[in-house]
Design a protein. Sequence first.
Length: 268
Amino acid sequence: MNLTVSIAQMKVAVSRPDENLEKTETFIAEAAQRGSDLICFPEMWTTGFDWNYLRQASAEHETYIERVAGLARRYGIWVNGSLPESTITGKVANTSILFDPSGTRAGVYRKTHLFSLLHENDHLCAGNSLTTAETPWGTVGLSICYDIRFPEVFRSYALRGARMVLSPIAFPHPRLEHWRILSRARAIENQMFLVGVNRVGGEDFGANGPVTYFGNSAVIDPWGRAVVEAGDTEEELLTAAIDLRQADEVRSRMRVLEDRRPEVYQLD
Protein backbone atom coordinates (compact mmCIF):
# COMPACT_ATOMS: atom_id res chain seq x y z
CA MET A 1 0.00 0.00 0.00
CA ASN A 2 2.94 2.34 -0.54
CA LEU A 3 1.98 5.40 -2.55
CA THR A 4 3.89 8.39 -3.88
CA VAL A 5 1.50 11.31 -4.29
CA SER A 6 2.09 14.78 -5.70
CA ILE A 7 -0.15 17.77 -4.99
CA ALA A 8 -0.26 20.58 -7.56
CA GLN A 9 -1.13 23.87 -5.89
CA MET A 10 -1.78 26.30 -8.76
CA LYS A 11 -3.20 29.59 -9.94
CA VAL A 12 -6.17 29.06 -12.22
CA ALA A 13 -6.64 31.24 -15.29
CA VAL A 14 -10.39 31.84 -15.07
CA SER A 15 -12.32 30.69 -18.16
CA ARG A 16 -9.11 29.74 -19.97
CA PRO A 17 -9.00 25.93 -19.92
CA ASP A 18 -6.35 25.63 -22.64
CA GLU A 19 -3.94 27.70 -20.56
CA ASN A 20 -4.72 25.69 -17.44
CA LEU A 21 -4.27 22.38 -19.22
CA GLU A 22 -0.91 23.48 -20.56
CA LYS A 23 0.16 24.08 -16.97
CA THR A 24 -1.47 20.81 -15.95
CA GLU A 25 0.72 18.87 -18.34
CA THR A 26 3.83 20.54 -16.92
CA PHE A 27 2.85 19.47 -13.41
CA ILE A 28 1.96 15.94 -14.52
CA ALA A 29 5.21 15.51 -16.41
CA GLU A 30 7.21 16.62 -13.37
CA ALA A 31 5.22 14.36 -11.03
CA ALA A 32 5.82 11.41 -13.33
CA GLN A 33 9.53 12.26 -13.43
CA ARG A 34 9.54 12.14 -9.62
CA GLY A 35 8.02 8.67 -9.70
CA SER A 36 4.61 9.70 -8.38
CA ASP A 37 1.77 7.22 -8.64
CA LEU A 38 -0.89 9.92 -8.23
CA ILE A 39 -1.14 13.67 -8.81
CA CYS A 40 -3.96 15.79 -7.37
CA PHE A 41 -5.21 19.19 -8.54
CA PRO A 42 -7.50 21.82 -6.95
CA GLU A 43 -11.23 22.38 -7.30
CA MET A 44 -12.39 23.52 -10.76
CA TRP A 45 -8.75 23.73 -11.81
CA THR A 46 -9.41 23.84 -15.55
CA THR A 47 -11.81 26.79 -15.53
CA GLY A 48 -12.48 28.49 -12.22
CA PHE A 49 -16.00 29.63 -11.31
CA ASP A 50 -17.14 32.11 -13.96
CA TRP A 51 -20.81 31.09 -13.96
CA ASN A 52 -21.62 32.62 -17.34
CA TYR A 53 -18.66 30.94 -18.99
CA LEU A 54 -19.45 27.57 -17.42
CA ARG A 55 -23.00 27.71 -18.75
CA GLN A 56 -22.08 28.99 -22.21
CA ALA A 57 -19.22 26.51 -22.65
CA SER A 58 -21.26 23.54 -21.45
CA ALA A 59 -20.78 21.63 -24.69
CA GLU A 60 -16.98 21.92 -24.38
CA HIS A 61 -16.54 20.47 -20.89
CA GLU A 62 -16.38 16.84 -22.01
CA THR A 63 -13.57 17.72 -24.41
CA TYR A 64 -11.41 18.98 -21.56
CA ILE A 65 -12.22 15.97 -19.39
CA GLU A 66 -10.98 13.77 -22.23
CA ARG A 67 -7.82 15.84 -22.52
CA VAL A 68 -7.06 15.20 -18.85
CA ALA A 69 -7.72 11.50 -19.44
CA GLY A 70 -5.22 11.65 -22.30
CA LEU A 71 -2.57 13.18 -20.03
CA ALA A 72 -3.09 10.44 -17.44
CA ARG A 73 -2.63 7.88 -20.20
CA ARG A 74 0.38 9.60 -21.78
CA TYR A 75 2.31 9.82 -18.52
CA GLY A 76 1.00 6.61 -16.95
CA ILE A 77 -0.19 8.25 -13.73
CA TRP A 78 -3.36 8.49 -11.65
CA VAL A 79 -4.88 12.00 -11.77
CA ASN A 80 -7.52 13.64 -9.58
CA GLY A 81 -9.13 17.06 -9.30
CA SER A 82 -12.54 18.63 -9.78
CA LEU A 83 -13.67 20.15 -13.06
CA PRO A 84 -16.94 21.11 -14.76
CA GLU A 85 -19.05 18.32 -16.21
CA SER A 86 -22.16 18.79 -18.32
CA THR A 87 -25.29 16.94 -17.16
CA ILE A 88 -28.52 15.86 -18.79
CA THR A 89 -30.37 18.48 -16.73
CA GLY A 90 -28.67 21.24 -18.70
CA LYS A 91 -26.76 22.41 -15.62
CA VAL A 92 -23.07 21.90 -14.98
CA ALA A 93 -21.78 19.75 -12.10
CA ASN A 94 -18.64 20.35 -10.08
CA THR A 95 -17.20 16.87 -10.47
CA SER A 96 -14.17 15.16 -8.97
CA ILE A 97 -12.81 12.53 -11.33
CA LEU A 98 -10.13 10.01 -10.49
CA PHE A 99 -8.44 8.89 -13.71
CA ASP A 100 -6.34 5.75 -13.72
CA PRO A 101 -3.11 5.47 -15.76
CA SER A 102 -5.06 4.22 -18.78
CA GLY A 103 -7.22 7.35 -18.72
CA THR A 104 -10.27 5.43 -17.48
CA ARG A 105 -12.52 7.18 -14.96
CA ALA A 106 -12.00 4.99 -11.91
CA GLY A 107 -14.18 7.25 -9.74
CA VAL A 108 -16.63 10.06 -10.51
CA TYR A 109 -18.11 12.19 -7.72
CA ARG A 110 -20.42 15.15 -8.21
CA LYS A 111 -20.17 17.63 -5.34
CA THR A 112 -23.09 16.93 -3.01
CA HIS A 113 -22.79 20.01 -0.76
CA LEU A 114 -22.91 23.15 -2.88
CA PHE A 115 -21.53 26.32 -1.32
CA SER A 116 -24.58 28.54 -0.87
CA LEU A 117 -22.52 31.44 0.50
CA LEU A 118 -21.24 32.09 -3.04
CA HIS A 119 -24.45 30.81 -4.70
CA GLU A 120 -22.89 27.68 -6.11
CA ASN A 121 -26.30 26.05 -5.64
CA ASP A 122 -27.86 28.54 -8.07
CA HIS A 123 -25.51 27.64 -10.89
CA LEU A 124 -24.47 24.02 -10.48
CA CYS A 125 -26.17 20.65 -10.30
CA ALA A 126 -25.61 18.82 -7.00
CA GLY A 127 -24.66 15.17 -6.81
CA ASN A 128 -26.77 12.76 -4.78
CA SER A 129 -24.33 10.06 -3.73
CA LEU A 130 -20.85 9.50 -2.38
CA THR A 131 -18.14 7.77 -4.39
CA THR A 132 -15.33 5.41 -3.53
CA ALA A 133 -12.82 4.05 -6.02
CA GLU A 134 -10.76 0.88 -5.88
CA THR A 135 -7.06 1.49 -6.47
CA PRO A 136 -3.81 -0.47 -6.05
CA TRP A 137 -3.58 1.14 -2.60
CA GLY A 138 -7.09 0.17 -1.50
CA THR A 139 -10.38 2.03 -1.27
CA VAL A 140 -10.21 5.80 -1.80
CA GLY A 141 -13.01 8.28 -1.09
CA LEU A 142 -13.73 11.38 -3.17
CA SER A 143 -14.87 14.73 -1.75
CA ILE A 144 -14.79 18.37 -2.82
CA CYS A 145 -14.05 21.50 -0.74
CA TYR A 146 -17.21 22.43 1.24
CA ASP A 147 -17.73 18.72 2.02
CA ILE A 148 -15.02 19.13 4.67
CA ARG A 149 -17.65 20.79 6.89
CA PHE A 150 -19.85 17.69 6.78
CA PRO A 151 -18.19 15.00 8.92
CA GLU A 152 -20.78 12.43 7.85
CA VAL A 153 -19.10 12.26 4.43
CA PHE A 154 -15.74 11.25 5.83
CA ARG A 155 -17.16 8.86 8.43
CA SER A 156 -19.16 7.17 5.68
CA TYR A 157 -15.97 6.68 3.70
CA ALA A 158 -14.12 5.31 6.73
CA LEU A 159 -16.92 2.80 7.35
CA ARG A 160 -16.66 1.73 3.71
CA GLY A 161 -13.00 0.91 4.30
CA ALA A 162 -11.39 4.02 2.80
CA ARG A 163 -7.94 4.80 4.17
CA MET A 164 -7.58 8.00 2.15
CA VAL A 165 -9.86 10.76 0.89
CA LEU A 166 -8.93 13.08 -1.98
CA SER A 167 -10.25 16.61 -1.58
CA PRO A 168 -9.70 19.24 -4.29
CA ILE A 169 -10.60 22.60 -2.78
CA ALA A 170 -10.91 26.31 -3.52
CA PHE A 171 -10.73 27.79 0.00
CA PRO A 172 -10.25 31.58 0.24
CA HIS A 173 -9.36 33.96 3.04
CA PRO A 174 -10.51 34.55 5.76
CA ARG A 175 -11.12 30.83 6.39
CA LEU A 176 -7.55 29.53 6.54
CA GLU A 177 -7.83 28.37 10.14
CA HIS A 178 -11.11 26.64 9.33
CA TRP A 179 -9.37 24.63 6.61
CA ARG A 180 -6.38 23.76 8.77
CA ILE A 181 -8.53 22.62 11.70
CA LEU A 182 -11.21 20.81 9.70
CA SER A 183 -8.79 18.91 7.48
CA ARG A 184 -6.88 17.63 10.47
CA ALA A 185 -10.07 16.83 12.37
CA ARG A 186 -11.45 14.75 9.49
CA ALA A 187 -8.17 12.82 9.27
CA ILE A 188 -7.90 12.27 13.04
CA GLU A 189 -11.49 11.26 13.76
CA ASN A 190 -11.58 8.82 10.83
CA GLN A 191 -7.96 7.68 11.15
CA MET A 192 -7.22 8.19 7.48
CA PHE A 193 -5.06 10.18 5.09
CA LEU A 194 -6.56 13.33 3.66
CA VAL A 195 -5.11 14.88 0.50
CA GLY A 196 -6.30 18.48 0.17
CA VAL A 197 -5.22 20.61 -2.79
CA ASN A 198 -6.05 24.31 -2.88
CA ARG A 199 -5.59 27.16 -5.32
CA VAL A 200 -3.59 30.36 -4.96
CA GLY A 201 -4.27 33.71 -6.55
CA GLY A 202 -7.68 35.34 -6.75
CA GLU A 203 -11.02 35.30 -8.50
CA ASP A 204 -13.89 37.78 -8.88
CA PHE A 205 -17.35 36.50 -7.98
CA GLY A 206 -19.11 39.61 -9.27
CA ALA A 207 -21.83 40.75 -6.87
CA ASN A 208 -20.22 38.58 -4.17
CA GLY A 209 -16.90 40.34 -4.63
CA PRO A 210 -13.34 39.10 -5.13
CA VAL A 211 -11.72 36.30 -3.15
CA THR A 212 -8.10 35.39 -2.53
CA TYR A 213 -7.26 31.70 -2.22
CA PHE A 214 -4.78 30.84 0.52
CA GLY A 215 -3.04 27.68 -0.67
CA ASN A 216 -1.86 25.58 2.27
CA SER A 217 -2.43 22.40 0.27
CA ALA A 218 -1.41 19.39 2.33
CA VAL A 219 -1.25 15.65 2.80
CA ILE A 220 -2.50 14.93 6.33
CA ASP A 221 -1.78 11.58 7.96
CA PRO A 222 -4.11 9.58 10.26
CA TRP A 223 -2.62 11.27 13.33
CA GLY A 224 -3.45 14.71 11.93
CA ARG A 225 0.14 15.56 11.03
CA ALA A 226 1.06 17.28 7.77
CA VAL A 227 3.32 15.00 5.76
CA VAL A 228 3.84 17.88 3.32
CA GLU A 229 2.24 21.33 3.32
CA ALA A 230 2.47 24.18 0.83
CA GLY A 231 2.71 27.91 1.45
CA ASP A 232 -0.07 30.44 1.02
CA THR A 233 0.75 32.41 -2.14
CA GLU A 234 2.88 30.45 -4.63
CA GLU A 235 2.29 27.64 -7.05
CA GLU A 236 3.99 24.49 -5.82
CA LEU A 237 4.30 20.83 -6.65
CA LEU A 238 4.90 18.86 -3.48
CA THR A 239 5.53 15.12 -3.37
CA ALA A 240 5.23 12.68 -0.49
CA ALA A 241 5.72 8.95 -0.03
CA ILE A 242 3.06 7.49 2.26
CA ASP A 243 2.03 4.01 3.37
CA LEU A 244 -1.73 3.57 3.72
CA ARG A 245 -1.11 0.71 6.15
CA GLN A 246 -0.51 3.48 8.68
CA ALA A 247 -4.29 3.93 8.76
CA ASP A 248 -4.69 0.26 9.67
CA GLU A 249 -2.07 0.56 12.40
CA VAL A 250 -3.74 3.61 13.93
CA ARG A 251 -7.18 1.97 13.77
CA SER A 252 -5.88 -1.17 15.44
CA ARG A 253 -4.30 0.78 18.31
CA MET A 254 -7.18 3.20 18.95
CA ARG A 255 -10.37 1.41 17.97
CA VAL A 256 -12.56 4.44 17.29
CA LEU A 257 -14.53 2.85 14.47
CA GLU A 258 -15.10 -0.36 16.47
CA ASP A 259 -16.10 1.59 19.59
CA ARG A 260 -18.88 3.50 17.88
CA ARG A 261 -22.41 3.28 19.40
CA PRO A 262 -24.71 3.88 16.40
CA GLU A 263 -27.77 2.92 18.46
CA VAL A 264 -27.39 6.04 20.62
CA TYR A 265 -26.87 8.47 17.75
CA GLN A 266 -30.45 8.49 16.49
CA LEU A 267 -32.14 11.86 16.13
CA ASP A 268 -35.58 12.32 17.67
